[in-house]
Design a protein around this ligand. Sequence first.
Ligand SMILES: [Zn+2]
Ligand SMILES: [Zn+2]
Length: 236
Amino acid sequence: MNIEIDLHTHTLANPHAYSTMYENLMEAKAKGLKGIAVTDHGPDMEDSPHFWHFNCIRGIPKQAYGLKILKGIEANIINKDGKIDARPPFINKLDFVIVSYHPPVYNPKTPEELEEAYLNALDNPYVKIIGHLDRGPFEIDYEKVILKAKEKNVAVELNKHSLSLSADYRGRVIKIAQICNRLKVPVTIDSDAHFCSEVGNVGIVFDLLEEINFDKTLILNTDINKTFKFLNIQED
Ligand SMILES: [Zn+2]
Ligand SMILES: [Zn+2]
């Protein structure tokens, strides 16, 4: 089993990623994917593209080299009110928004504060996926956040990059996956690639889901049509 579309990838538009979009596309094609989403970091992160990157993002075609392309952003939560750095005038030019917590942009003092930030961010109608919920300075009440995601029809991402980062994050990813499984919440499995060879490279997430008997029907992006339907993407 593999994904048909990688919904979380970065390009050179973030200086801390190291491949072009073309290289990412070629890698996705070589791995047999049917699509890819480009989701560079929101403009409030120091190491992020200028807002024109997002404002002009419709210059990227919907398809190229036989692959479908979605234009997204990995937006940063910027405060406990759940404000994010995907905003007008460009937010409505994107196909979807991933919302993530990144410490250089926002530093909550307590688990409760971070929980509140996630809960409030989920009220933003453009948010469709919570990125790497496992990462953060402390564990939070994942169930509370995941229940709200369910209510708002937002998917929870199981991020391959988290598994490579630390055993701590791995433990949290397992907890999060188990909660999604129990509450029947849709998930995406993404590479969060910062280099082209990582695109679509999510086998270790599937291995982990196998170990915990995860219900595979909850995975959105093993089927590109199911993914587009969930994200409400209109195809020409
Ligand atoms: Zn991230
Ligand atoms: Zn990322």
